[in-house]
Design a protein around this ligand. Structure first.
Ligand SMILES: Nc1ncnc2c1ncn2[C@@H]1O[C@H](COP(=O)(O)OP(=O)(O)O)[C@@H](O)[C@H]1O
Ligand SMILES: [Mg+2]
Length: 296
């Protein structure tokens, strides 16, 4: 049965065998996994993961967001939820996956711990456990978004390499750009990853954005022979730091929200293009050239 039909039927209260709205998925088969990654911390990964997950869920997709920063988890905090030890209890099989989820319609969150001494002392490998969770959840969701820890630790790289797509987040700060280039380099050299997406966060103006995109795209192309698909920029929101989460999650009419709508639009376009049958291939590389995208 087509998804739209399935969804329509699920809305019909007279249909006794209806699927609950929560169970309906728009995509068939395996979930699309996206890892939101960066070389440097504090660039906006958690904010971006949350916003994109919620937007996809409000469009009708069933979305699971996994906070992979297992013992410095921030996603629950940003949603105004209490931090708990559910992730550690899940690892010890005291709680089930479903019992550990926070659910808001089609948006599901598996948050993690923050400063749990029990989790710190556990011998179990966190990223292997996370990949197990992912594999088990893949046929239940349309999208699985991984809020990845920053850096180039092996565990982080494994999660990034496992994902179908990587959204690499940089800010105009030179060290953020350098660290993300290193992340892309190691992903390429050690894991054979050649395709990544770029998001520039905390942008002050169009020229700054264009400069960053040009520098990073050209370096990645010339030195790694990889492709960096540009998703766009997100403007720096001046003002009190603690107000940012409210602006991010609030108002659908804000320019910040519009930037995210544009990002998702470009991702969808790029994913569709990737699957077009007649891409011209010369010297083994795709001729779909990267353009410097407008800021929003
Ligand atoms: N576009 C932006 N403008 C202003 N502040 C931002 C922006 N994006 C993120 N921030 C702020 O930057 C800080 C780090 O963001 P966070 O999402 O936690 O990054 P990460 O997960 O990469 O460490 C937070 O205080 C957040 O509110
Ligand atoms: Mg974070």
């Amino acid at each position: 049965m087509k998804n739209a039909q399935k969804w329509l039927l699920s809305q019909n209260s007279f249909n006794e065998n209806s699927t609950s709205y929560d169970d309906v998925r728009l995509n068939q088969g395996k979930a699309i996994t996206i890892s939101v990654a960066s070389g440097k911390g504090g660039v906006g990964k958690t904010s971006i993961s949350l916003k994109l997950s919620k937007m996809l869920a409000s469009t009708g997709y069933k979305v699971l967001l996994i906070d992979c920063d297992t013992n410095l988890s921030n996603t629950a905090l940003k949603l105004g939820l209490p931090i708990n030890n559910d992730f550690e209890l899940l690892m010890r099989s005291v709680k089930t996956f479903d019992e550990c989820l926070y659910k808001e319609g089609k948006f599901h969150l598996l948050s993690a711990c923050n400063g749990s001494t029990e989790l710190f002392e556990t011998d179990k490998n966190h990223e292997k456990f996370l990949i197990d969770v992912l594999v088990k959840a893949e046929n239940k969701y349309d999208y699985i978004i991984l809020d990845s820890p920053a850096g180039i630790a092996k565990e982080t790289l494994t999660l990034n390499a496992y994902s179908d797509h990587r959204f690499v987040v940089v800010t105009p700060d030179k060290s953020s750009i350098t660290d993300s280039y290193s992340l892309l380099k190691i992903l390429n050299k050690k894991y054979g990853i050649c395709e990544n997406h770029l998001i520039v966060n905390k942008v002050s103006n169009k020229n700054q954005y264009k400069r960053i995109v040009k520098t990073l795209s050209e370096t990645v192309e010339n030195f790694l022979s990889c492709r960096l698909q540009v998703l766009g920029g997100i403007e720096f929101q001046a003002g009190e730091v603690d107000l940012f989460d409210g602006i991010l999650m609030g108002e659908a009419k804000s320019s910040l929200h519009q930037s995210f709508t544009n990002l998702l639009g470009r991702f969808t376009e790029q994913s569709v293009c990737e699957h077009l049958p007649n891409q011209v291939m010369l010297n083994g590389s795709s001729q779909k050239r990267q353009e410097v995208q407008p800021i929003c």
